[in-house]
Design a binder for this molecule. Structure first.
Ligand SMILES: *Cc1c(COP(=O)(O)O)cnc(C)c1O
Length: 304
């Protein structure tokens, strides 16, 4: 079993918010495990249990070259005694980036495929090809989102969070959002800040809510205007915001998910979206492992 660390909920004190009558706090899911951090811990937890039940000793999953999911899977699997294969989108690069290097050091075999092949990665034909090469593996989908992942992310909110009126999370594949929606209380509103460009995400999430038969007790909302140009894209304003957040609260964020979410929440506070008396919980979903590679790639020195 993956052993969780204690996670804290930290109050974010800022005079302007006090004057406005709203309270903000951040739940440090990034502290839950030294390597399998953030929401990925919750997504992996029941999948690893299931793989063990099925007697599988090998896991295979998919991801981009800087993927937190790849990193967390490699780390958790090594600890739990699984072999792993990571099917990586795009060509192999030299030198290898810090994320994939860490995954490799944790024993993951890396299997690179072209971007076009990646689009068809879940076709039965391709999976069969992979089985021929790697034998009998337990398959974890891209981003780690499946029924068991949602079972895990349904445990992110706990009894001690019941007084919050708003829960704010970044949104990628939606597995985290769905688990949160599943465990939401009737007086709570869930805000998902999409890290991807485009309004397709509304339909995508609606479809998944149906597929996984989730009927939330609270209210849910998806915001898709805080993506800063799209997945993995950034602007100087976003980077300045991440630096400001670190200087003010001593909490590192990363530019793919948590930085965009926190920026969006603070903009909504500014726009008076949250009524007086709101208690707003931001979820720090982790991902700080990716900052080293980001800094290297863009010649930056964001805090980590
Ligand atoms: C993967 C990831 C997300 C997105 O989670 P989904 O469940 O795919 O929506 C958000 N934040 C961080 C830090 C992540 O690594």
């Amino acid at each position: 079993m993956l052993i969780p660390n204690q996670i804290s909920v930290e109050k974010l004190s800022y005079e302007l918010w006090e004057i406005q009558g709203v309270q903000l706090a951040i739940k440090r899911l990034d502290q839950i495990h030294p390597l399998a951090s953030g929401n990925k811990f919750f997504k992996l937890k029941y999948n690893l249990e299931q793989a063990k039940k099925e007697g599988k000793n090998k896991l295979l999953t998919f991801g981009g070259a800087y993927s937190n999911h790849i990193y967390a899977t490699a780390a958790a699997a090594e600890q739990e005694g699984f072999q792993t294969v990571g099917v990586i989108r795009g060509e192999e690069t030299f030198p290898i980036n810090p994320t994939l290097n860490a995954a490799k050091e944790k024993g993951m075999s890396l299997h690179y495929i072209s971007r076009s092949a990646y689009r068809d990665k879940e076709s039965p034909k391709f999976i069969d090809e992979l089985r021929e090469i790697y034998g009998n593996f337990y398959l974890i989908p891209e981003g780690g989102t499946n029924y068991l992942a949602i079972k895990g992310t349904s445990e992110i909110l706990s009894n001690e969070d019941k007084d919050f009126s708003h829960i704010c999370t970044p949104l990628g594949t939606g597995g985290t959002f769905l688990g949160l929606a599943n465990s939401l209380l009737h007086h709570q509103e869930l805000l998902g800040f999409s890290a991807l460009k485009g309004s397709f995400i509304h339909q995508e999430i609606d479809g998944q809510l149906k597929k996984f038969q989730i009927e939330t007790h609270g209210k849910t909302k998806i915001l898709n205007n805080y993506h800063f140009g799209g997945y993995g894209k950034h602007t100087a304003e976003l980077l300045d915001f991440i630096r400001w957040f670190y200087l003010t609260f001593q909490i590192p964020l990363e530019p793919i998910y948590t930085g965009k979410m926190a920026y969006g929440v603070l903009k909504l506070v500014q726009k008076k979206y949250f009524p007086k008396g709101s208690k707003i919980l931001l979820l720090h979903t982790g991902g700080i492992q990716g900052v080293a590679g980001f800094n290297e790639r863009f010649g930056l020195s964001l805090p980590l």
